[in-house]
Design a protein around this ligand. Structure first.
Ligand code: GDP
Ligand code: IMO
Ligand code: MG
Length: 447
């Protein structure tokens, strides 16, 4: 038995979708535990590209059970579109998909508030959300005003809750954001149609999942976003609104911590970020542009260009601590092909003009080897780089470690030493088989 979490180690888009798809072969169940359709997980199989938003990436394998857990926020319209889109591409979606009756529902007013609050925020305060209503939906969950899938399935309860929520929401929309009010009847009719479509997928997924675990079947817990976007551990407030690190599995699926056997951290060979917020290793020069073009760094959900930079070992060590990674999947190594030099940030340097830093070097230039939680300090941090040799030979599509140029092997070894965690998988291209498997994190088999 082996139940493994797959979690992003950076600011999302590390290539989790590809890694989950790869590992699904040896598991029975793939379960999402947080986030919503803000996620965009890309899987490329035989030149066909699939972008999964809410449905676990395991859906592309025949005969695997996919679960959308209670920690996920579900926009029913978006989910139905995704189901229909997959079916159009020949992927069966039916008895292989289950939705938690305790997951919270994203309502049209969540999306409206998300977009209006972003629009009215000052430039420096804009989070750059995906505009999918994620934050406001989690706000309602936490304030205990949320509507759950079980409520959606009960027309009377749904109508009552919707009516109660709209009285406040419409006040906000009209008076603060000066936009149109939302009609109860319109949403009610629309969501009742959604409910009828989704009804057969709904169940208590904690019961279901734990039955599989009891039977000794392998499970993958598929994370969305990444550790630095986690609501508690990320670069707050420039984060998403869910628990994107491994800790989210237990609350987001109703699975006990004692059931988790390992945590695979997905690490992109460099760093990217979409939206606002601090990014110490960001490259606003030609190298950043090169990474964006070569790596195809444009959002899988919104199409926005991703900000690019060098690998940040300060952030990664932090992610190792928060998630307890047992293995690492290093992705997009091939994007670094042809670079003369490659840099890794090993510490942050900070000159404190206000003498407000709490470290012992008060007022002088100090170094951080952990992410400071004061955003003003983090924004002012500069990277301390270790420079490594690049390589000119292509690694694209490499399937054996020994086929990698020695500088690429040295880069991987350097990352392992910095983080104290072994790299088990090395992804060398977007396609399913473009990967070097040193150890299968699910079966533990070494190659
Ligand atoms: P996720 O959100 O973590 O699943 O990642 P995304 O799908 O948003 O972004 C990763 C992008 O990189 C996708 O376009 C993948 O097809 C692509 N990708 C994944 N692994 C590799 C790799 O090793 N090399 C290259 N060149 N592309 C990759
Ligand atoms: P995957 O699963 C990268 C970012 C947004 C924004 C912040 C908050 O594909 O890795 P939200 O809409 O969640 O309230 O936006 O989080 N963000 C992501 N960035 N990958 C993602 O998902 C993301 N999901 C949200 O860009 O900065
Ligand atoms: Mg993505």
């Amino acid at each position: 038995m082996s139940n493994i979490v797959v979690a992003g180690a950076q600011w999302g888009d590390e290539g989790k979708g590809k890694i989950v798809d790869l590992l699904t072969e040896n598991v029975s169940v793939v379960a999402r535990f947080q986030g919503g359709h803000n996620a965009g997980h890309t899987v490329v199989i035989n030149k066909k590209k699939f972008i999964l938003h809410l449905i676990p990436s395991g859906i592309l394998h025949k005969g695997k059970i996919c679960i959308i857990g209670n920690g996920v926020v579900i926009d029913p319209g978006a989910l139905i579109q995704e189901i229909k889109g997959l079916k159009r591409k020949g992927i069966p979606v039916g008895k292989n998909l289950f939705i938690s009756d305790s997951a919270h529902v994203i309502m049209p007013y969540h999306t409206a508030i998300d977009n209006q609050s972003e629009r009215s925020a000052k430039k420096s305060k804009k989070i750059g959300t995906t505009g999918r209503g994620i934050g406001p939906a989690y706000m309602d969950k936490m304030s205990r005003a949320g509507i759950r899938i079980a409520d959606l399935m009960d027309s009377r309860v749904f109508r009552e809750k919707l009516k109660a929520n709209l009285s406040f929401v419409n006040y906000l929309l009209v008076n603060k954001y000066k936009t149109r009010r939302i009609s109860l009847e319109k949403i009610y009719a629309q969501y009742m149609k959604h409910a009828a479509f989704l009804e057969t997928f709904v169940t208590d997924t904690s019961v279901l999942l734990n039955k599989y675990i009891e039977k000794g079947r392998n499970v993958l817990f598929e994370g969305a976003q990444g550790t630095l976007l986690d609501i508690d551990h990320g670069t707050y407030p420039f984060v998403t609104s869910s628990s994107a690190s491994a800790g989210g599995v237990c609350t987001g699926l109703g699975v006990a911590p004692t059931r988790i056997d390992g945590v695979l951290g997905v690490v992109k060979a460099y760093t990217t970020r979409v939206g606002g917020g601090p990014f110490v290793t960001e490259l606003k020069d030609k190298i950043g542009e090169y990474l964006r073009l070569k790596g195809g760094e444009y959002g899988a959900t919104t199409g926005r260009p991703r900000r690019c930079g060098w690998l940040d070992a300060v952030g990664l060590r932090y992610a190792v601590r928060i998630n307890g990674f047992t293995d690492i999947a290093l992705t997009k190594l091939d994007v670094l092909d042809g670079m003369d030099k490659i840099k890794v940030c090993v510490a942050y340097k900070y000159d404190d003009p206000y003498r407000s830093c709490s470290c012992s070097k008060k007022g002088r230039s100090c170094r951080f080897t952990d992410i400071p939680h004061n955003n003003r300090i983090l924004e002012a941090c500069r990277p301390v780089y270790k420079e490594l040799e690049g390589w000119s030979i292509s690694t694209q599509g490499a399937k054996r470690f020994k086929d990698l140029p020695k500088q690429a092997r040295a880069y991987i070894k350097y990352i392992e030493d910095l983080l104290g965690v072994k790299v088990s998988l090395i992804s060398t291209g977007e396609k399913r088989d473009e990967v070097i498997v040193l150890k299968d994190p699910v079966t533990g088999r070494k190659k």
